[in-house]
Design a protein around this ligand. Structure first.
Ligand code: M6R
Length: 607
C-alpha cells in the first residue's frame, strides 16, 4: 500500500530517501514526501503526484543526519500535498510517516483538538505526530512505545524528532517494517526493495516491536522497553532483479521471465523416482496428507484465480473436495473449520490484509493454514503453519503475471503429491511430471508469438467492453485475462464461463463488444466451439486462443492466437500468457501507465 523509508547515515540524505521511494513506488503512488533532520529544523517536502514530482521539489543540497520518506495510497483524505506524509506536529519538531489505518483516529483527533491542537491534514496518520509531541519526555523510544499503546488499528511507522540528532524510531503492528543493517548506516523500510541496493542484511520486525536506529546502532524492544534479540537475515535478491533492464516496463519483463520463474518454482520439488511431488515446507506428515478430506483456498485478485484453477485440478486428479473463497469474505462470516482439512492462503506479496486477517481468523479456530507466497519473510509465510515459496523473484508491476504461473506450479506439485497418495498411478504421475517439466519451454514458445498479440492489441484497443470466455480448468484463466485487461488498460472486461454467456451476457454481443475465447483441445472443446458459433451468429467479433493446428477453430474466429498442444490439464499455463500480453500491448496502445495503473497499489495492506 504505502511505502516507508528511513535512513541514518552519511550518504546524501535526500538521494537515499528518494531512491528508496522510487523503488517502492509500486506500493502506492498518489503522493509522496520526505522529512530530513538538520541541526536547525525538520525540512519537510511533500507533493501530490509521483516521486518524479517530489524529486523536482527537493533541493539537491538537502543534507541531514537522519530522514524519513513515504509514498502514499490514499485511504483517509484525498490526494493533496497536505495529506501526503510526513506529518508534523504543531511545533514542527516531530515528523512521522505511517502505513496502515488508525481506527480510533476520530476519538484521538477530537481529544487533541479539544486540547488546542491544530490539524493540517484530513488523514488518520497525523494524530501520531501530535501524540508523540505531547508524550515526548526526552526519550524518543519510550515516547513511541507509549504512543502506539494509544493506537487501535494497523501501523508501520517511522518517527524523527528535531531534538534527537541522527536517530529514528520505528514501530510495527500489522503493516510490514524491515530494518536494514549497513556499514555505519541503518535503514527502515516497509519493503526490502527500497534498501537492497545498500545492504542485504535485514531484520523483519514483528507486531508489537519497536526499533531505534542511529548510523552505528540499532535496538529492538517490545512496547515496555524490554530488549528483544533479533536474528539478521540475508536477502538473496540481486539489484538487477528489481530493475527493468532492457525492458520498457516491469510488467513486460515479468511476463517474459516466466519460463525461468516457472522452472524455479518446480526446481527440487519433482521426485522422478517415485513420480510424485516433494514439498518439505508443508510441515505435514504423510499420515496427515493421507487423512486430508478437504482443501480450501483463500486469496484475492489474481491469486484467487490461481486458487480456482487449482480447485479444478485437485478435485479432478486428487479426488479431494476443494473450495476457493475470496479471503475478504471469509473473516466475517464465521467460517466453519472442518477436521482433516487444510487451508492455503495464496498471496504473491504475503501482506494482503484481506488474506492475512482471514488466515488469522481461521487459525484462531484451529485451522491449519499453509501459505503459498513469493515474498520471503512476509507476514503470511511467517504466520502460516507451513507452506511453499514460489521463488518468482521480485514482482514489481502492479499487475501480477509471473506470480500467477508460479502459484499454479506450486499448487500443481501439491496436487501431484496428494494425488499420488490416492488414485494416481506411478505411470500417470510420471506423465504429469513430464508434462509439467515441458511448461517452461512451451511458455517460451508462446512468448515467441508476442508480436502477433501486439498486432491484435492494435486492432482491438479502441473496444470499450471485452468478454473473456473459457470453460473447465480454463474458466478461471478467462477471469484472470479480464482482470488483467481492465486493471491496466481501463477497458471494461468480464470473464465468464463460455457456457454462461447465453444466460445473459449474450445481450452485450454485437460488433462493439469483442469476445476472446479460450479453446484448448480438451474434452470441452466442442462445447466451446458451439458457444463461439452463438456469438458469431450475433455479429460478435471473436478472438480464439487455440491449440496449434486447430484449423476448425481458426476458421470460425476472426483472429486466432495459437499455443502449443499440451497435456489437457496444463493449458492454464499456456493460455494465460497471450492474455497477459494482450493486456500489456493494449495498455501500451492506449498510453496507459502500465506498471502503476490508476487507483491501484501492489500490495493491499488495508481491508
Ligand atoms: O499479493 P497478493 O497476491 O495477495 O495480491 C492479491 C491481489 O491484490 C492482486 O492479485 C491484484 O489483484 C493484482 N493487481 C492483480 O494483477
Amino acid at each position: 500500500m504505502c511505502g516507508i523509508i528511513g535512513y541514518c547515515g552519511p550518504k546524501p540524505m535526500a538521494e537515499v530517501l528518494l531512491e528508496g521511494l522510487k523503488r517502492m513506488e509500486y506500493r502506492g503512488y498518489d503522493s509522496a514526501g520526505i522529512a530530513v533532520r538538520t541541526n536547525a529544523e525538520l525540512s519537510v517536502i511533500k507533493r501530490a503526484g509521483k516521486i518524479a514530482t517530489l524529486r523536482e521539489a527537493v533541493p539537491p543540497e538537502l543534507y541531514g543526519d537522519c530522514g524519513i520518506g513515504h509514498t502514499r495510497w490514499a485511504t483517509h483524505g484525498g490526494v493533496s500535498d497536505s495529506n501526503a506524509h510526513p506529518h508534523l506536529d504543531d511545533s514542527g519538531k516531530v515528523a512521522i510517516v505511517h502505513n496502515g489505518i488508525i481506527e480510533n483516529y476520530t476519538v484521538l483527533r477530537e481529544k487533541l483538538s479539544s486540547e488546542g491542537v491544530e490539524f493540517s491534514s484530513e488523514t488518520d496518520s497525523e494524530v501520531i505526530a501530535h501524540l508523540v509531541a505531547r508524550l515526548y519526555d526526552g526519550d524518543l523510544t519510550v515516547t513511541v512505545q507509549n504512543t502506539v499503546q494509544l493506537l487501535k488499528g494497523t501501523y508501520g511507522i517511522a518517527v524523527t524528532h528535531l531534538d534527537q540528532p541522527g536517530l529514528l524510531v520505528g514501530a510495527r503492528n500489522g503493516s510490514p517494517l524491515v530494518l536494514g543493517v549497513g556499514e555505519h548506516e541503518m535503514f527502515l523500510a516497509s519493503d526490502v526493495t527500497a534498501i537492497v541496493g545498500h545492504t542485504k542484511q535485514v531484520i523483519y520486525l514483528e507486531d508489537g516491536e519497536i526499533v531505534t536506529i542511529s548510523a552505528d546502532e540499532y535496538r529492538t524492544t517490545d512496547l515496555h522497553d524490554r530488549s528483544i534479540d533479533k536474528h539478521i537475515q540475508i536477502i538473496n535478491w540481486e539489484l538487477e532483479e528489481i530493475e527493468k533492464g532492457e525492458y520498457r516496463h516491469f510488467m513486460e519483463k515479468e511476463i517474459f521471465e516466466q519460463p525461468d520463474s516457472i522452472l524455479r518454482a518446480m526446481q527440487g520439488r519433482l521426485d522422478h523416482e517415485y513420480a510424485t511431488g516433494h514439498l518439505g515446507g508443508l510441515n505435514m506428515t504423510k499420515k496427515e496428507l493421507l487423512d486430508l478430506e478437504r482443501v480450501k483456498i483463500i486469496a484475492a485478485g489474481t491469486s484467487y484465480y490461481a486458487g480456482l484453477v487449482a480447485s479444478y485440478l485437485i478435485e479432478s486428479i486428487a479426488r479431494i473436495p476443494c473450495t476457493v473463497e475470496l479471503a475478504a469474505e471469509v473473516r466475517y462470516r464465521n467460517p466453519i473449520v472442518e477436521r482433516n482439512s487444510i487451508y492455503f492462503a495464496v498471496s504473491q506479496s504475503g501482506e494482503t490484509a484481506d488474506t492475512l486477517y482471514a488466515m488469522r481468523e481461521l487459525q484462531r479456530k484451529g485451522a491449519r493454514v499453509l501459505g503459498i507466497c513469493n515474498v520471503v519473510g512476509a507476514s503470511i509465510p511467517r504466520e502460516s503453519d507451513g507452506g511453499v515459496y514460489i521463488h518468482s523473484g521480485p514482482e514489481i508491476a502492479v499487475a501480477s503475471t509471473k506470480a500467477f504461473t508460479s502459484q499454479l506450479t506450486a499448487l500443481y506439485i501439491f496436487t501431484l503429491l496428494i494425488a499420488r497418495m490416492r488414485h494416481m498411478s506411478y505411470e500417470q504421475g510420471t506423465e504429469f511430471i513430464q508434462a509439467l517439466e515441458q511448461i517452461p519451454e512451451q511458455v517460451a514458445a508462446v512468448l515467441g508469438g508476442a508480436p502477433k498479440t501486439a498486432e491484435l492489441a492494435r486492432t482491438y484497443h479502441k473496444a470499450r467492453n471485452f468478454l473473456f470466455l473459457g470453460r473447465g480448468i480454463n474458466y478461471p484463466v478467462a477471469l484472470e485475462g479480464a482482470l488483467k485487461l481492465k486493471e491496466i488498460s481501463y477497458i471494461h472486461a468480464e470473464g465468464y464461463s463460455a457456457a454462461e454467456v447465453k444466460h445473459g451476457p449474450i445481450a452485450l454481443i454485437g460488433p462493439e463488444t469483442p469476445s476472446l475465447f479460450l479453446v484448448p483441445d480438451d474434452t470441452l472443446r466442442e462445447k466451446v466451439i458451439s458457444n463461439m458459433k452463438e456469438v458469431k451468429a450475433r455479429n460478435g467479433q471473436v478472438i480464439a486462443v487455440c491449440a496449434e493446428g486447430d484449423d476448425e477453430v481458426a476458421a470460425l474466429a476472426d483472429h486466432v492466437i495459437r499455443v502449443p498442444r499440451v497435456h489437457e490439464l496444463m493449458y492454464p499455463f499456456v493460455m494465460t500468457i497471450p492474455l497477459q500480453l494482450f493486456a500489456y500491448y493494449t495498455a501500451l496502445e492506449l498510453g496507459r501507465d502500465v506498471d502503476q495503473p490508476r487507483n491501484l497499489a501492489k500490495s493491499v495492506t488495508v481491508e
